[in-house]
Design a binder for this molecule. Structure first.
Ligand SMILES: Cc1cc2nc3c(=O)[nH]c(=O)nc-3n(C[C@H](O)[C@H](O)[C@H](O)COP(=O)(O)O)c2cc1C
Length: 185
């Protein structure tokens, strides 16, 4: 089964890239049975939703949607690397989710969240509401990184023991859920 890590922050100078690079390396070293994929929404390059039909119809008109559909359809589980913007999830994430429907159904979603003192927890809670509507299963285990700026050393994210322990719990739980949900598809 394939787990795709989705880097959701797209802005120039984003901290998300350093966090995602750490988690990607961690998951490759501790894959919990998954093949590990990586998608950077800045590279996926989706404009604000520009498809004329409801995504459930899968009548996609644009090459960018077909590419994104292929990535999501080919994955069994997702970990979203998610910042907090104004107590909510970033618009790049919401837009990328809205583009598709069936490709997300009955797949587990985990989070590596970060931000100021909240560690992105409010962002994650809003994201869960969205994801359950596209029939995903958000899981409880999570890597939360409060005060993310304090963990940057020479431009790289330096994890603490707690971050690494949470990453292991997250990947182990993802593997259980991915297996269970595969039988529903
Ligand atoms: C538009 C915007 C809104 C933000 N709002 C919050 C917030 O509500 N809570 C928080 O903890 N941090 C907030 N921050 C700080 C971000 O969590 C922090 O800048 C983080 O680095 C953003 O992720 P990124 O660099 O990957 O884009 C905000 C940052 C931006 C750019």
């Amino acid at each position: 089964m394939k787990l795709t890590i989705v880097l959701t922050s797209t802005r120039p100078g984003r901290v998300g890239k350093t966090v995602a690079d750490w988690f990607h390396g961690y998951a490759q070293a501790n894959p919990a049975g998954f093949e590990i994929g990586f998608a950077d929404l800045a590279e996926v390059g989706l404009p604000l939703l520009d498809e004329p039909h409801h995504p459930a119809m899968q009548k996609y008109q644009h090459a960018h949607t077909k590419r994104w559909s292929g990535i999501v359809d080919g994955s069994d589980a997702f970990v979203f690397v998610l910042p907090e913007y104004n107590y909510t999830a970033p618009p790049s994430f919401i837009n990328a989710v809205d583009y598709l429907y069936k490709e997300w159904n009955y797949k587990p979603a985990g989070f590596v969240s970060y931000g100021g003192i909240s560690g992105g927890i409010r962002s994650t809670e809003t994201a869960k509401h969205l994801l359950t509507t596209v029939e995903m299963v958000p899981i409880k285990q999570q890597v939360m990184i409060p005060r993310v700026a304090d963990h940057l050393v020479d431009g790289a994210f330096k994890p603490t023991e707690i971050h690494e322990k949470s990453a292991k719990s997250l990947l182990d739980a993802m593997a259980r859920w991915a297996k269970a949900l595969k039988s529903m598809r």
